[in-house]
Design a protein around this ligand. Structure first.
Ligand code: NAP
Length: 329
């Protein structure tokens, strides 16, 4: 006998381990599909095992936790539940995929030239998305501690306080308007003197007596060690800096889906989000399914991601059954 035979293809490989990927893993494992989950590798961004919830503190809107739960704790529980039913979880980042023939092949590592790390009859893509950040060192320190990228998740913590939103697009207006339910004052810090947001969102924001605009300013630094205490802003033309005391800062300068890996393999919208058939998780490649934020530029919630992870597992299971039936007919 010469050499090791390549491992048998898996029924399902799952790429990504946020709420979508791990929910898909729980359902696939319980359907005896013995999934392998490539959970990614630790990093300081949301492109890491556990996804964006790893960068949040209290999660108070995930059903089932009336007292709230810490984001990382929730993801540890998701992971343990997937492992309990037999999902194999590999702390590796997929660096190349080949979806041109079945079984599909996945590679990991910096130099994905050799043997694939895994092959699978069906693949579930749940690589998530990342909020764009300003690139300040303070962001790593204060994310989840007064610095947030999600008003729906964290607005509630700022009742009666003064906060700010960075950005001038629809997201920033939406976040600012939502935050007026809690904060006494919301300052929108925008780098130009005109908003990018749609007219209707601009009008709503201008009509709010709790929203103020700080035009032609960028955030030069976020202040505070344990939590946000203020921001240092800089005028884009004069360079003049000043400090605004604030309890919270919301960054709303856009999102980027983690889809670089699938360019040329899967159909995506012009903004890079994967396209799935309406009402399903099917991508344009039969046998490849997508769930969670990687295909959702609208809701972007942990609970919607988890729901679509369940859908992907069921879609994959049914698709595999149909393939099996066709072969044995
Ligand atoms: P966006 O339209 O790309 O706006 C991003 C905003 O952030 C822009 O105002 C931009 O400034 C600013 N920005 C970008 N990088 C920055 C940086 N490094 N520092 C400071 N400011 C920075 O993104 P979005 O608001 O997330 O919206 C994305 C898409 O979703 C849009 O098509 C939007 O219409 C849609 N959306 C719709 C709704 C709704 O209809 N309710 C809600 C949310 C999003 P500049 O203007 O100077 O470029």
């Amino acid at each position: 006998m010469s050499g090791d035979a390549p491992p048998e293809p898996r029924q399902v490989a799952i790429i990504g381990s946020g709420p979508a990927g791990l929910t898909a893993a729980i359902y696939c494992a319980r359907a005896n599909l013995t999934p392998v989950v490539f959970e990614g590798e630790p990093s300081s961004t949301s492109d890491q095992p556990g996804g964006q919830l790893m960068l949040t503190t209290d999660v108070e809107n995930y059903p089932g936790f009336p007292g709230g739960i810490m984001g990382p704790e929730l993801m540890v529980a998701f992971r343990a539940q997937a492992a309990r039913f037999g999902a194999e979880i590999r702390t590796e980042k997929v660096s190349r995929v080949d979806f041109t023939e079945r079984p599909f092949r996945l590679w990991v590592g910096e130099d994905p030239g050799g043997e694939p790390a895994s092959s699978a009859h069906a693949v579930i893509v749940s690589t998530g998305a990342q909020s764009l950040m300003l690139g300040l060192e303070a962001e790593d320190r204060l994310i989840g501690r007064g610095l947030s990228t999600c008003a729906t998740c964290d607005g509630f913590f700022f009742g009666g306080q003064e906060i700010a939103v960075v950005g001038g697009g629809d997201s920033a207006m939406e976040e600012a308007l939502f935050l007026t339910k809690f904060a006494t004052k919301v300052t929108v810090i925008h780098r130009r003197d005109q908003l990018r947001a749609s007219k209707i969102m601009q009008d709503r924001a201008f009509a709010s007596d709790r929203i103020e605009f700080l035009w032609n300013h960028i955030v030069a630094d976020v202040l505070g060690t344990e939590s946000v205490e203020g921001v240092r802003v800089r005028h884009t033309e004069t360079g003049t800096e000043r400090t605004l005391p604030l309890a919270g800062l919301f960054i709303a300068i856009g999102h980027r889906p983690n889809t670089d890996l699938f360019r040329g393999s899967l159909a995506m919208k012009s903004n890079g989000y994967l396209i799935t058939e309406p009402g399903s998780t099917r991508t344009n490649v039969p046998g490849v399914f997508a769930c969670g934020d990687v295909q959702d530029d609208v809701y972007r919630q942990a609970v919607t991601a988890a729901g679509s992870g369940c859908m992907a597992a069921i879609d994959a299971e049914r698709w595999l059954e149909a393939q099996h039936d066709a072969k044995h007919r």
